[in-house]
Design a binder for this molecule. Structure first.
Ligand code: ADP
Ligand code: MG
Length: 243
């Protein structure tokens, strides 16, 4: 099987006046279709930089990135915009909703860019809002919703183009524990539906929902391993010891 994400020596150096910030120092990573990966690591370790590169929101200083076997590093802005629209759904910690627009319009927005006619836009926004449990909130404005509901709107917006890959950068960072668990259940469902899911989180409890945990430190991959529960399940000896 071809990996959906294949990065090779991905490097990002930000130039700030006279100083260089080495945010990523040659990261290699293969992610297969339908994997569920948690990206962890201390603040400043390069998680958001990596997510922005994976999401084609930014370009690397050096290194290669193949998405679905296509070399993204050589694409121009138009091609990158198309990839972002068709293949990737991005969820941010701060939701990034338009305050004056209704829930339905916020969710339908990516379809406006994709040139989908209004009727179909609305039908698809309704459908995806129902799938995140907000079928009865379509006319609300963001400030009429709770934090967890706002994040669900943002997730619905990320899903509305039916992207194969969902990238979420600290999606529960602003939410309480109970709400975080509800949001993580939605990501689990998205993965069960066949999508590839990559989530940045600081919280071990949240990372435990993922199947694989990649840890960054100072711009490099420090560890890349299966989640402990999956390791135990696939290691009969260990399971025996646990019994
Ligand atoms: P994380 O998400 O793990 O906290 P980031 O990827 O945001 O880490 O940041 C990695 C490093 O790159 C940090 O030192 C940060 O200050 C720096 N950095 C991130 N974004 C920029 C930027 N746009 N311009 C300059 N430096 C940046
Ligand atoms: Mg970050």
């Amino acid at each position: 099987m071809e990996p959906v994400i294949e990065i090779d020596q991905l490097t990002k150096t930000y130039i700030m006046g006279q100083t260089k910030v080495h945010a990523l120092r040659g990261v290699d990573l293969l992610i297969n279709t339908n994997e569920y990966v948690a990206l962890m690591g201390p603040s400043g370790s390069g998680k958001s930089t990596l997510m922005n590169l994976l999401g084609c929101l930014d370009t690397p200083t050096l290194g290669n990135y193949k998405l679905d076997g296509k070399d993204v590093s050589v694409m121009d802005d138009t091609e990158l915009a198309n990839i972002r629209n068709e293949k990737i759904g991005f969820v941010f910690q701060t939701f990034n909703l338009l305050p004056r627009q209704s829930t339905l319009d916020n969710v339908a927005l990516p379809l406006v860019y994709a040139g989908v006619p209004r009727k179909e836009r609305e039908a698809r926004a309704h459908e995806v809002l129902a799938s995140v449990g907000l079928g009865d909130r379509t006319d609300h404005k963001p400030n009429e919703l709770s934090g967890g509901q706002r994040q669900r709107v943002a997730i619905a917006r990320a899903l509305v183009n039916r992207p194969a890959i969902i990238l979420a950068d600290e999606p529960t960072g602003n939410l309480d524990t109970k709400t975080s668990i509800e949001i993580m259940e939605i990501f689990e469902k998205i993965q069960a539906d066949g999508n590839t899911v990559i989530i940045v989180t600081h919280e071990p409890d949240i990372a435990e929902h993922a199947h694989r945990i990649v840890r960054l430190r100072d711009g490099s991959v420090e560890t890349d391993e299966l989640n402990a529960e999956i390791r135990r399940a696939s290691d009969p000896e260990h399971r025996y010891n646990q019994a």
